[in-house]
Design a protein around this ligand. Structure first.
Ligand code: URA
Length: 237
């Protein structure tokens, strides 16, 4: 890897190319402990780059846990709605995409990355990566629904939905049930269609985990943070 210093810093999300040039001019960036010649200076993996005293190592791949709010689409671009990437600063968006899709009105855990191989693995139907949703459902969800979901249920596609684990939580009100549902595939509107198949309507849906990755409760809708090393390792396993 050999890059211009301003590109290196912009790629690592320090700021726009214009901003990082200013940081360089103000001596807030050092290369191997020394002020660089300028933004055009070439840096490689073996150079130690610091910004305001902190080391900036070059990461090819980026992994963010995003708490998707309602009202945005899980796509990199859309001409009608806000996208999940609109929550990231423009200079940091290059190459990023969401891993899988949540409906416009679904909230919760979405992995945002530029690592195509990891995304491919997580989304591969053959891998059966479990995804757990919290849902509020109109009416009373019953043990019979649980048994039907456990068997696999016809949701109107070519193949029926694979067996899924339904956990019935204490109800929200006499009219609204609360559940956790874990599915191992990702068919279009799958959770809503599964409840539809037992005559019920999903009123609120939030994904709480995917593989070994759990939504961080301290992230509000619209917020994101980088994955920790451990989270990334779990996900790769
Ligand atoms: N199932 C749904 O119905 N919607 C989602 O957004 C995710 C799973």
């Amino acid at each position: 890897m050999q890059l211009r210093l301003d590109k290196y810093l912009a790629d690592m999300g320090i700021g726009t190319r214009t901003q990082v040039k200013q940081y360089i001019r103000k001596n807030q960036v050092l290369v191997n402990g020394l002020p660089p010649e300028g933004p055009q200076q070439k840096v490689t993996d073996s150079d130690m780059v610091t910004f305001q005293g902190s080391a900036i190592s070059y990461q090819k791949y980026k992994y963010y846990m995003f708490h998707k709010p309602k009202g945005c689409v899980s796509a990199a671009a859309d001409n009608r709605h806000k996208t999940v990437l609109d929550y990231f600063p423009e200079y940091s968006r290059k190459g990023l995409f969401p891993v899988g899709r949540l409906d416009l009105d679904t909230e919760g855990l979405l992995l945002i990355t530029n690592d195509g191989a990891l995304a491919h693995n997580l989304l591969s139907p053959a891998k059966h990566v479990p995804k757990t949703y919290y849902a509020e459902v109109g009416g009373t969800v019953t043990e019979e629904d649980k048994a039907q979901f456990a068997q696999g249920i016809d949701i109107g596609g070519e193949k029926q939905a694979l067996p899924a684990k339904l956990e019935i939580l204490p109800e929200k009100s006499p009219e609204i049930s609360r559940v956790h549902l874990t599915i191992t595939e990702g068919k279009f509107h799958q959770v809503k269609r599964m409840f539809g198949a037992v005559g019920k309507q999903v009123l609120y849906l939030k994904r709480v985990s995917m593989g070994g990755l759990m939504l961080d409760g301290s992230l509000s809708p619209g917020e994101y943070r980088e994955l920790t090393e451990k989270e990334l390792q779990n996900l790769k396993e």
